[in-house]
Design a protein around this ligand. Structure first.
Ligand SMILES: C[S@@+](CC[C@H](N)C(=O)[O-])C[C@H]1O[C@@H](n2cnc3c(N)ncnc32)[C@H](O)[C@@H]1O
Length: 297
């Protein structure tokens, strides 16, 4: 681990506002906060966060089994609207020179199916209900969820600065025979202002060239989280954190899941705040941090 910040974190709940606001002081500790992203963000002070690295729930792909979870909206438009509102809150708590690094997966329309059977390898992929094909789309259409969200955020004032292709050489095989197997996801770089912190020397690409917009990274399973949700690899979070923040800066993940962003941020000497709605997942993040050498306050 690098940096001067003590590797200590606390676990707080959404309604313990005093508890976690105190943790967000510049000389404060890091926090995992159990609660709804929108509600917790609403209680956080303006401009206290330097960088946000996050992967919100994907639309209609996983049931995380908890009331208040995002991703199960019937319509993709309602889903984009709900996420955009959460990201309004993110924008308010972000410093003027801060950035948001946003990873989101895409999906296809259901082609008339109304439910998805349990996937034995990944039980969370079973959905009780499959939403109808969105208005204007046809069965089998790629929905373009990441771009829909990116444009919605642009409309709401964010600067859309880059799409980054996360190329996954070890992508999941697919049984479809009328399109290429999907081997990538998007990561968007969005900023709050025209000028923002971007340390071009912090991360370079192959052969020491400037970092490019295609990142090749294997998916990595997090043993504690397997079967629950898609974790992103630390190798996806780390470059974002290095480029967008400095030691002791606060890095936020409003959809913390198994705590990958928090762990990477802490290991790089940043403070972190991870918000997660599901207590079981928050516990996974907590034990990952403890195993990673952090102490709980
Ligand atoms: C794609 S996963 C994040 C995975 C994470 N990047 C990791 O590496 O583990 C999305 C997470 O958002 C959480 N979530 C869903 N709705 C939420 C809400 N309203 N507030 C906070 N977290 C929520 C889910 O429980 C899930 O853990």
């Amino acid at each position: 681990m690098v940096g001067t910040a003590a590797p200590v974190f606390a676990v707080r709940k959404q309604d313990d506002e005093a508890g976690y606001l105190d943790l967000l002081r510049r000389d404060g500790q890091s926090a995992l906060i159990l609660g709804d992203a929108g509600a917790v963000l609403g209680a956080m002070p303006d401009e206290c966060v330097q960088a946000v690295v996050t992967s919100p729930p994907y639309w209609s792909l996983r049931d995380y089994g908890i009331t208040g979870q995002l991703g199960l909206q019937e319509s993709v438009h309602d889903f984009i609207q709900a996420l955009a509102e959460v990201f309004d809150g993110v924008r308010r708590v972000l410093r003027a020179d801060g950035t948001l690094w946003l990873n989101l997966g895409d999906s296809y329309t259901s082609g008339g199916r109304t439910w998805r059977a349990a996937d034995r390898k990944n039980p969370a992929r079973a959905m009780a209900v499959r939403p109808p094909t969105p208005a204007g789309l046809k069965p089998k259409d790629l929905i373009g969820v990441p771009w829909r969200l990116a444009f919605a955020l642009q409309d709401r004032g964010w600067y859309l600065r880059s799409d980054i292709i996360w190329n996954k050489p070890n992508c999941q095989p697919e049984s479809v025979s009328d399109r290429p197997t999907r081997a990538h996801e998007y990561l968007f770089l969005l900023s709050k202002s025209e000028k923002y912190r971007y340390d071009i020397t912090a991360v370079t690409g192959p052969n020491n060239r400037r970092l490019r917009s295609v990142w090749e990274l294997n998916t990595q399973s997090c043993p504690e989280a397997s079967g629950h949700f898609a974790t992103f690899p630390p190798g996806l979070a780390e470059p974002c954190i290095r480029i967008a923040s400095g030691p002791a800066d606060l890095v936020l993940d409003p959809f913390a899941g198994s705590g990958t962003t928090c762990l990477s941020a802490g290991q790089l000497g940043r403070r972190f705040a991870g918000i997660e709605l599901n207590p079981e997942y928050l516990e996974i993040a907590r034990s990952r941090l403890l195993r990673g050498g952090f102490d709980e306050a």
